[in-house]
Design a protein around this ligand. Sequence first.
Ligand code: SN0
Length: 346
Amino acid sequence: MDFFSNQLRINHMRRFTSVHDLVGTDQHGLQSALSDAVALKKDPWSMSTLGTRKTLGLLFMNPSLRTRMSTHKAASLLGMDTMILNAGSDSWTLETRDGVIMDGAATEHIKDAAAVMGEYCDILGLRTFAGLTDRNADYEERVLELFVRYAGVPFISLESATRHPLQSFADLITIETLKTVKRPRVVLTWAPHPKALPQAVANSFVEWMLAADVDLVVTHPQGYELAPSFMQGSAFADDSSAAVQGATLVYDQNAAFEGADFVYAKNWSNYNDYGAITSKDMGWTVNAGKMALTNNARFMHCLPVRRNMIVTDEVIDSPQSVILEQAANRVVSAQTVLMRMLQGLV
Ligand code: SN0
C-alpha cells in the first residue's frame, strides 16, 4: 500500500513539511536554498526587519530543546514575535482523533486549537511524534494534516510522525559547509537504544540526502528496513518520471563505514513490525574502532543522544564530532525556511 500517493497533496496550504516544499520542482531549488542558508549564517541580521509585526506560534505535543530554542531564535533574527505552547502542560490536553466523542481526558480538539492559534499568528508550527501503534495513521500524517487544514496560515513542521525537515536541512547545511570532496560518502547507521523511537529523523535524513549531491549508504540490522518509499526516494514525489536514485542498503556496518566522509548515527524502531524493537545489539554502537574504518569521517547525531549506547564518549567528544555545528545550524535552517515563507516563496 502506498501511504503517500493522494492523501497528503489534498491539502494545499502553504507549508514546510518535507524537502519537496522547499525545493519544488526546480532542480536547482535545493542549491538556491543552501545559498540562502550560507548567506544567513554569515550575516544573521541581514533580514532583521522582514518579519516585523508578524507572529510565529509554536505548539509542542512532545518535548523539545533545540527545535524550540533555535526556531524562536531564528524568528527573532527576522524581527518576528514568537508564542510557544506545550500541549497538556501549559495549555489544554488536546484530542487528535477526528470525529471521536470527547468523553475522555482530552479537553480541546486540535482542530479548534489550530484555528484559534491561526487567528493570533501569521505562521504556525507543530511538533507531533509518531504514536508507533497505527502505521497508517502515522504515515498518513493524520495529526499534522488535521492541524494544517484548520490552521488557515502557512505551516512549518517541528517534527512530525514521519519527518523532521528542519533537522535534515540543518544536517545538509552542516555537510555542505564541512565536506572536502564534491560528492561525499554519507553513511546513516542505526544504533541501539533502550526505547522505541520513530523513524522520522532517519526517513527525513534519507529524503534530504537523496535530493542532495552525496552518495548515501544506509546500514542497520535485518528487520530495521525503512519505508521503501523513503529508501527509493519516491516519498511524496508527484511525478513518477522524476527518477531519483535511491539509497544503498548495506547490512554489514563495517563494510558500510569503509571510506565514509560522514557517519550519521540514529536509532529507530521497526517499520515493518511497526514500532517494535527487535535488536539492542551493542555491537552497533559507534566507537573509535569503527570510525577508524572511515575516511576520517565526521560524526553526526541530531541529539538528544544516549551516550555509550548510540556512540561512545570517545567518539562524540572527539574533534571529528560535529554535533554542535549541527545544533548551531538548526537556527540557520529555521531562519531560511521562515525567511522564504515571509517572502511568499514557500
Ligand atoms: C526523538 C526522535 O524522533 O527520535 C527526537 C529527535 C530529535 N528522540 C527521542 O524521542 C529521544 C528520546 C529518548 O528517550 O532518548
